[in-house]
Design a protein around this ligand. Structure first.
Ligand SMILES: [Cu+2]
Length: 183
C-alpha cells in the first residue's frame, strides 16, 4: 500500500518538475527573440535530456508492472517459509524460527502458487540464492541481520531446488547450501 502512495507522490513531484522544466524552456525561447536565451550547445543538451526522459519513462511504464513487487502486491502467498541464514548453513521452516535454538524442516512447496520466503540472518550478511535443478539462478534476496526480507516467487516446474549463499561470509561460504522440493 505504501509503495502505491509513494508512486503517486513521485508522479506528482515529477509532474511539477516537468512543468517547471517546460516553463524555463519556453521563457528561454522568448528571450531568444529578444536577443538572449539559450546558447546552442545548451539547447542540444535540453533536447537530449528530454528524449532521454521520454524513453526512460516509456521503458519504466512498460516494465515496472511486471516486476515482482507490483505483480504480487495484492496477492497473499499460498505458503510462507521462514529462512534464517547463519555461518554456514540455512535454516528453513514453515514456522517462525527461534534464533536461540534454530531448527530446520524439510520443505515442500506447491508448484504454480506464489510462496513467500521471509529471509533474515542470525550473524553476518548472507545471500539467499535459489537455483533450479539445472543450477540456473532463478531468484535471490539478501539475508541481513536485523532485517526480514520478503521474497515472493511462483515456481512453475516441480523438482528439487537448491539454495546457495551469494555473499562471501567466511571460510565455510562455499559449502553453505540447502535444498527444497517443489511438487
Ligand atoms: Cu556466504
Amino acid at each position: 500500500m505504501l509503495q502505491h502512495e509513494l508512486l503517486i507522490l513521485f508522479l506528482i513531484l515529477a509532474g511539477i518538475a516537468t512543468i517547471v522544466f517546460v516553463y524555463v524552456f519556453l521563457s528561454s525561447w522568448r528571450l531568444k527573440e529578444e536577443g538572449g536565451g539559450m546558447k546552442k550547445p545548451l539547447k542540444k543538451r535540453f533536447w537530449f535530456s528530454l528524449i532521454l526522459v521520454v524513453v526512460l519513462g516509456i521503458f519504466a511504464t512498460a516494465t515496472l508492472p511486471r516486476s515482482p513487487y507490483f505483480q504480487y502486491a495484492h496477492e497473499s502467498p499460498a505458503k510462507v517459509i521462514h529462512v534464517d541464514a547463519m555461518q554456514f548453513m540455512f535454516y528453513m521452516s514453515e514456522h517462525a524460527i527461534d534464533p536461540k535454538l534454530p531448527v530446520s524442516e524439510n520443505i515442500e512447496l506447491p508448484a504454480n502458487q506464489m510462496v513467500e520466503f521471509r529471509v533474515t540472518s542470525l550473524d553476518v550478511n548472507h545471500g539467499f540464492g535459489i537455483y533450479d535443478s539445472a543450477m540456473h539462478l532463478i531468484t535471490q534476496v539478501q539475508a541481513m541481520p536485523g532485517y526480514v526480507n520478503r521474497l515472493r516467487y511462483t515456481f512453475k516446474k516441480p523438482g528439487t531446488y537448491h539454495v546457495l549463499c551469494l555473499e562471501y561470509c567466511g571460510m565455510g561460504h562455499p559449502v553453505m547450501e540447502t535444498s527444497f522440493v517443489v511438487k
